[in-house]
Design a binder for this molecule. Structure first.
Ligand code: DC
Length: 221
């Protein structure tokens, strides 16, 4: 059967990652969380006190970073850092790191390499616009900021992290602003993307909707 690439982009906290994971499972596809790659890079930069304003240090650091996935685990240079990349410390720094041109060039190259095989679902901010402009299915996910903040709070609480709703909302809106206004591949809806507002959809409804869209394309081709 024909294998396609599904690009799932959208604002922070719209449920992209969990949705993409389930869509991949339903289709027997590989799921790649591109945000986790930017988070892993941010983690490395913070741990190694890389000066973001110094291009040489950034390039040197990037040459020392190897990111891979093992099931749901994010592996940085051989270490499982899955929990370390979901903290507020990373949330507060990841947009600045992912706005750096050299960082984006390195991440996009790795993502395109992974996608060569097709049969993947990748979620992020620039997947339909920059990484896979030829993706057969592009989805742009939105949801209102209060719903998104509540979802993030729940996600953090499940990891034992308790954070004020307003702190989370401010962080989400800040990231939206930085992600949408940066010079390098800003977050924007691809012209041929289908917009899905998840504010009032249950998780299963949003997964089903995207799986149906994908099946329509797979069976048509
Ligand atoms: O999807 P997420 O919240 O885990 O992403 C974390 C950050 O990484 C997000 O604020 C912006 C950045 N990002 C990006 O610039 N491009 C992507 N393709 C994915 C994420």
């Amino acid at each position: 059967m024909r294998k396609i690439v599904i690009a799932l982009d959208g604002y922070s906290g719209t449920g992209k990652s969990s949705t993409a994971k389930e869509v991949a499972k339903a289709l027997g596809y590989i799921y790649i969380d591109s945000g986790a790659m930017y988070r892993a890079t941010t983690y490395y930069f913070l741990e190694n006190q890389v000066d973001l304003a110094d291009a040489k240090s950034v390039e040197n650091a990037l040459s020392n970073i190897s990111i891979s996935f093992s099931g749901n685990q994010v592996i940085l240079n051989g270490d499982d850092i899955s929990n370390d990349v979901r903290t507020m410390r990373i949330n507060e720094n990841v947009s600045a790191v992912s706005a750096i041109k050299e960082v984006r060039v390195a991440m996009v190259a790795q993502q395109q390499q992974i996608g060569q095989e097709r049969g993947i679902v990748m979620d992020g901010r620039d997947i339909g616009t920059v990484v896979f402009p030829d993706a057969e299915l592009k989805v742009f996910m939105t949801a209102n900021p209060d719903v998104r903040a509540e979802r993030r709070q729940k996600e953090l609480a499940e990891k034992g992290i308790h954070e004020e709703l307003n702190t989370i909302k401010v962080n989400l809106l800040d990231r939206d602003k930085i992600d949408s206004s940066r010079a390098e591949s800003p977050l924007k809806k691809a012209e041929d993307a289908v917009e899905v507002d998840t504010s009032y959809l249950t998780f299963n409804e949003q997964v089903d909707k995207i799986v149906e869209l994908a099946k329509g394309i797979i069976h048509a081709g």
